[in-house]
Write a new protein. Structure first.
Length: 391
């Protein structure tokens, strides 16, 4: 009697249900009636028929000893496997369950290779899969296109990843921020949960604090940028329980960057001038193992100088169609130092972050390496609010 073994997918499990659903809507093939919900579409041919006959009479998936890992799961068409993983990764407007994506890599070696090839850091894939991707650098060659919606009534801002070229689409929700006033100071609390914007929330990821003039801002991360980093004592202290980004490290407020707007002494009409100094975001998951000296020089950015348009009688920047409404809030950031040191294109005119208005309360935000979505969102938030000393 030949030995039989079954895959670690039980009848009625959430994984098998997810995969059968994904198989059905991604390939357009329905399962034969009478099969378990975890069954796959049988393959035709002599070898496939022999496998199917050996599996009859048992529950779940039964394999012959000679089959090894080359079972009917691993023999699925590569395009079909890739489509299943892509559906789990990008078709939802909220964060996909990590177990659903990881389950793809647990089926067999073939599935693991394909999953690893698709679910990669934003720098390589140009996609944002898990919350941890929000604090990883964006792609080098082309920017990730996002947009921000503002709710004036409750001073809340929502960041979405654009899934299409149309900003009218819903997009994939990434982050939310709410503005609080503490005396003369302003603070933006940034969270993964749009319904719970507090520092005590498990979805808290960081904050942005300003001085009383609204010209200098400090960006704080809820996770330490390196091992031994000390939490900032400024601002409001609270019970930090942020565990969504990295459950293994402590939570708090750790300073990772500063944004400043230059004073307009002459009060001349013109665009704002700004400068940013940021600590580089880790490209891996072991940021807590880094030391202050392990990283390279900080990222230093400046706003790209606009040009005066004689015909329109206004200051202009080329946003390549991504910004349609003239506003003092619009800006583009480029490398202030040697662009080659940032690990990206060596052109000092390459825009690393651009932010601009397209509607009454809708703004586009496009960023690229070495910035992360969290850093880009925090920098963009500094543009909101009146800055009398700079305009």
């Amino acid at each position: 009697m030949s030995r039989r073994r079954s895959l670690p997918l039980r009848k009625g499990s959430s994984c098998s249900t997810s995969f059968s659903t994904a198989c059905s809507f991604s390939s357009g093939v329905t399962e034969p009636a009478g099969r378990d919900s975890g069954a796959v579409v049988p393959f035709h041919g002599k070898e496939g028929q022999e496998e199917e006959e050996r599996g009859k009479g048992g529950e779940g998936f039964v394999l012959g000893a000679a089959g090894g890992e080359e079972d009917r799961w691993s023999r699925l068409l590569p395009d079909l496997l890739g489509e299943i993983v892509r559906r789990l990764e990008s078709s939802e407007d909220q964060w996909p369950l990590r177990k659903n994506v990881v389950a793809c890599a647990c089926v067999c070696k073939r599935w693991r290779e394909i999953t690893q090839g698709i679910v990669r850091p934003p720098r390589e894939s140009g996609m944002i899969t898990f919350p941890s991707s929000l604090k990883q650098p964006g792609p080098r060659d082309s920017p990730l296109q996002c947009f921000i919606r503002r709710n004036r009534k409750n001073s809340t801002f929502y960041l979405y990843l654009g899934l299409t070229q149309t900003i009218m689409d819903k997009g994939k929700f990434l982050l939310a921020a709410r503005r609080y006033r503490h005396g003369a100071h302003t603070e933006y609390v940034i969270s993964l949960n749009a319904d719970n914007l507090s520092q005590g929330s498990s979805a808290y990821v960081g904050k942005l604090s300003s001085d009383f003039l609204g010209t200098k801002f400090t960006i704080c991360d809820s996770q330490p940028p390196f091992s031994g980093a000390k939490a900032s004592s400024s601002g409001v202290r609270g019970c930090f329980s942020s565990k969504r980004i990295s459950p293994q490290v402590p939570s708090g407020n750790f300073e990772i960057g500063q944004v400043s707007y230059k004073f307009n002494v002459l009060k001349s009409r013109g665009p704002r001038r700004m400068a940013c100094t940021l600590r580089r975001q880790s490209t891996g998951v072991d940021a807590e193992k880094e030391s202050p000296s392990s990283g390279a020089d900080p990222v230093v950015l400046r706003n790209k100088s606009p040009r005066w348009h004689e015909h329109l009688q206004c200051w202009c920047l080329n946003f390549h169609g991504r910004v349609t409404v003239a506003s003092v809030k619009n800006f583009q950031l480029v490398a202030a130092a040697d662009p080659a040191s940032l690990g990206g294109p060596g052109d000092d005119e390459t825009v690393l972050l651009q932010f601009g208005k397209v509607g009454d309360d809708v703004f586009t935000m496009d960023y690229r390496h070495p910035l992360s979505a969290f850093q880009a969102f925090a920098i963009s938030l500094t543009s909101f609010g009146t800055k009398l000393a700079c305009e």
